[in-house]
Design a binder for this molecule. Structure first.
Ligand code: HEM
Ligand SMILES: Nc1nc2c(c(=O)[nH]1)N[C@H]1C(S)=C(S)[C@@H](COP(=O)(O)O)O[C@H]1N2
Ligand SMILES: [Mo]
Length: 369
């Protein structure tokens, strides 16, 4: 039973994780990412964090249920059996590292020398492969289990196990109850962060949407990013590069372009989502003013270093009419922590790609200039 729940949570993590990867690394598969509905990434990543966290008690329960197998003698009975055990060792260790790195990452703590995303991604492939082998090997037992609602009088091929005494059954039920309680706590303690009425139940998540300047959580402050822009940004210009044509826009120039206001979410990879009313210049209007009519857009920040100083907007995000070069948040100028003088805000993308403190936009394919 635990195995079935684990299959569900792992499948959800694999699908939503790969989707997150395609958004962040759009080189070949940008065509299967979507800017609508605007809340799509908020949903997939919330599912990822919730299912991933629920996996932890399930995984521990599953290990408890099968650990007697580890001590079985003789340890291997054939080459095939040895290979099967090896595949399970890979599955178990990859899964434990995967959930541990995932949780630690949401606390923005990187106590290891390897890059989180690349490692987490590689382990996802290892998990997928070893899980498929594991399910294939166990398929006869799984199939037998599902056939158990069989005509009365026929033998049950999958059990009961000989050691299933009264006491063992009782302690097994106790562990099952503990695992279930853990799974429910993990679910409530993560999913509630995106339900405003019960937000304070989110004991397993590090941030609270809603707490931060202008009522919106801040992941990385301007100070932490080493960005200082004087109030009013008199010197600041947004460079827009289309081919070899370079245009520059100060705040007054941007204010003179068409303006729009949209309610769009920030959906952080760590699983918090918050809607806000963003105002500014539709990116399409700015790109057209700079002489572009199509193409992907490279977005660069004033921030000098850091993983999120740059992002790439594939064409269908760049030219979505909801995508904004935002100058205002809830009707007020952006605060420095939310990306003043200007930030990118596009529907359906991870928060990490909603680049703050814009410096330059570069159209890289199909532009006219
Ligand atoms: C079976 C378990 C899991 C699988 C298969 C899995 C898989 C993935 C994959 C494939 C990605 C995309 C990586 C990339 O962009 O290259 C990802 C991202 C992510 N996962 Fe998981 N994951 C699992 C569990 C977890 C858990 C338990 C957490 C935390 C509670 C977690 C947190 C994250 C975060 C925060 C990201 C986004 C990273 C970023 O973009 O910076 N994952 N996951
Ligand atoms: N230049 C830059 N932009 C950035 C970041 C950053 O560190 N540097 N953090 C990103 C992350 S992880 C998120 S979730 C959002 C948060 O936006 P907010 O602080 O306005 O809520 O900004 C994104 N934009
Ligand atoms: Mo984020």
């Amino acid at each position: 039973m635990i195995g079935r729940w684990l299959a569900l949570t792992f499948a959800l993590c694999l699908v939503t994780g790969f989707y997150s990867h395609l958004l962040q690394d759009p080189s070949t598969w940008a065509g299967v990412t979507f800017s609508r509905p605007v809340w799509l990434y908020g949903l997939t990543q919330t599912v990822h964090i919730v299912a991933g966290t629920v996996s932890i008690p399930l995984l521990l329960g599953k290990l408890w249920a099968v650990y007697p197998e580890l001590l079985r003698w003789p340890p291997v009975t054939s080459i095939l059996h040895a290979l099967e055990r090896a595949s399970i060792a890979v599955l178990v260790s990859a899964s434990l590292v995967e959930v541990a790195t995932g949780v630690i990452n949401t606390f923005e703590w990187y106590p290891w020398p390897f890059p989180f995303r690349e490692t987490h991604l590689a382990l996802a492939w290892v998990i997928l492969g070893s899980l498929l082998i594991h399910v294939a090997v166990k398929y006869p037992r799984i199939a037998a289990h599902w056939r158990r609602s069989r005509p009365a009088g026929t033998a049950d091929p999958a059990g009961p196990a000989p050691e299933d005494t009264h006491d063992a059954g009782r302690s097994r039920r106790r562990v099952l109850a503990l695992v279930a309680a853990g799974a429910v706590a993990a679910f409530v303690g993560t999913a509630s962060q995106n339900v405003p009425a019960v937000r304070d139940l989110a004991v397993f998540t590090p941030r609270r949407p809603g707490r931060g300047t202008q009522g919106l959580a801040v992941n990385r402050t301007a100070e932490a990013a080493g960005v200082a822009v004087p109030a009013g940004a008199p010197e600041w210009r947004l460079r827009v590069v289309v081919g070899d044509r370079v245009s520059e826009f100060g705040l007054a120039d941007l204010a003179a372009l068409p303006q729009a206001e949209h309610s769009l979410p920030i959906a952080c990879v760590e699983g918090w989502v918050q809607d806000a009313r963003w105002g500014g210049v539709p990116l399409t209007a700015l790109l057209e003013a700079a002489g572009a009519s199509a193409g992907d857009v490279v977005v660069e920040s004033l921030e000098r270093s850091g993983n999120y100083r740059m992002s790439i907007l594939p064409q269908h995000f760049a030219w979505d009419p909801l995508t904004l070069v935002a100058l205002r948040l809830e009707g007020e100028p952006l605060s420095l922590d939310h990306g003043f003088p200007a930030r990118l805000i596009a529907p359906g993308r991870p928060g990490v790609l909603q680049t703050k403190w814009l410096a330059e936009l570069r159209v890289i394919t199909g532009g006219r200039g």
